[in-house]
Ligand binder design. Structure first.
Ligand code: ADP
Ligand code: ASP
Ligand code: MG
Length: 413
């Protein structure tokens, strides 16, 4: 009998009525003869509330206790869904991460899954036809016996890792949109649903801001070749649509140069003017940031008129902005620069497509189109299958729509 993993996100389990609807989706797959493991998120808004309570209790708190608190949201939903399934006559039980167990690293708040032991779940498929309802987002660091969480959006990763562990035929990620779109459909009404998208493109889209899947879940899907669908939990459980398949590049017939546009508002820019143009300066700036665990993304260095100094611009995640500024300012004397300017009202817009490997001038067209709309570009990066531009946040929608149309992604009116 084939096995399936179904994952339901926060909006899909936002209240008891929606949990009943989720139970109907699960029952459909059970009735079709599948062995089913379900992974659930906390009810929508719950995790934010729990995070805020930890912050209120103490702005700097023990990360292990943060995990103990925020893991509770998923525990509630798993129990409620098991009850709703039993109510429909479906044999089901809930599982917390440590009960499975889902073994993780000890990086509390952003732990990595190291192993998932699906043996007991599989045994119960065989012996009792029992649906497993697993609390997503959480695991166990076995050496310390502590509960961990996987980082925001982590239930996607729980689901894909469980699918790999039990050899599931596919992993269905049910959410509040009916698939992966060419860009966030909440921002661009003309966004088009993709039937298929390659693991590599999805990985870039997720890394560059499309939060429909957690980045790590795509990495796990790609490494274990898990056939993953993104689909809507709001479809009629009796007549669902298939959604978007994340699959190998070879399985995609219709290859576009650009497949999608992603954007991330979680960016900040720091510019150092009048930095001495001599060996060792870049190391003096970037080593302390690396040591503090701050991820520097875009870097631009411009030689100024006097030839003896240079200007360096770089970006860091928005949440690390103040910390990064302070690190640089504290080392002002040893680095040596004339002035520091910073901005966190910036956004990074990216275009992604495997077709960029074989087409020249893709990014150049974007620079021209943005210039024509009067959008100033503060920084640029490119790589094999994507390019990104950093712009003022006020132009986010305009820039995303401009690039979306430019590359022919708008759906027919
Ligand atoms: P869940 O709670 O089910 O995990 P998320 O809110 O994490 O759902 O992810 C779904 C959201 O992702 C959608 O509501 C949509 O606004 C957003 N999103 C961003 N980019 C895309 C995209 N390219 N395709 C589809 N959805 C996207
Ligand atoms: N509940 C967690 C979050 O909101 C995990 C998830 O939903 O995937 O981040
Ligand atoms: Mg999510």
């Amino acid at each position: 009998m084939s096995r399936l993993v179904l994952k339901f996100g926060g909006t899909s389990v936002a209240n008891v009525e929606r949990i009943r609807n989720v139970a109907r989706h699960v029952k459909r797959e059970v009735d079709a003869g599948h062995d089913v493991a379900v992974v659930v998120s906390a009810m929508s808004g719950k995790t934010n509330e729990l995070v805020e309570w930890c912050r209120e209790a103490a702005p700097m708190h023990d990360a292990r206790e943060y995990d103990a608190v925020v893991a509770s949201g998923e525990i509630v939903t798993a129990g409620l869904l098991a009850i709703a399934l039993q109510e429909l006559g479906v044999q089901a039980r809930s599982w917390q991460g440590w009960q499975v167990p889902v073994l993780t690293s000890d990086a509390h708040g952003s732990a990595r899954i190291e192993a998932v032991d699906g043996a007991e779940i599989v045994k119960r498929f065989k012996e009792r036809q029992e649906v497993a309802v697993v609390a997503g987002f959480q695991g166990l660091h076995a050496p310390t016996g502590r509960v961990t969480t996987l980082g925001r959006g982590g239930s996607d990763t729980s689901a894909v890792a469980l699918a790999a562990a039990i050899g599931a035929e596919r992993c269905d990620i049910y959410t509040d949109v009916d698939g992966v779109y060419t860009t966030d459909p909440r921002v661009v009404a003309k966004a088009r649903r993709l039937d298929r998208v390659s693991y590599e493109e999805m990985l870039e889209m997720a890394s560059l801001g499309a939060k429909v899947l957690q980045v790590r879940s795509v990495e796990v899907a790609m490494a274990h070749r898990v056939r993953t669908y993104v689909r809507s939990s709001f479809d009629d459980p009796a007549d669902p649509s298939p959604g978007t398949l994340i699959c190998d590049e070879d399985e995609i017939m219709e290859k576009q140069v650009v497949t999608g546009i992603a954007f991330s508002r979680d960016e900040a820019q720091i510019t150092l003017r009048g930095v001495a143009d001599k060996p060792g300066v870049a190391a003096a700036i970037f080593m302390p940031l690396a040591e503090a665990g701050i991820n520097v993304d875009m870097i631009i260095q411009v030689v100024s008129d006097d030839a003896s100094t240079t200007d360096i611009t770089f970006t860091v995640p928005g949440g690390d902005y103040s910390r990064a500024r302070k690190i640089i300012e504290d080392r002002g004397a040893s680095i040596g620069y004339r002035s520091l300017q910073g901005a966190n009202d910036v956004v990074k817009i990216s275009a992604i497509g495997i077709g960029m490997r074989s087409h020249a001038g893709v990014a150049a067209r974007a620079f021209k189109a943005l210039a024509e709309k009067g959008v100033n570009i503060r920084a640029i990066t490119t790589s094999e299958i994507k390019f990104s531009v950093l712009i003022d946040a006020t132009y986010t929608e305009l820039a995303v729509r401009t690039l979306h149309s430019l590359y022919g992604l708008d759906k027919a009116a």
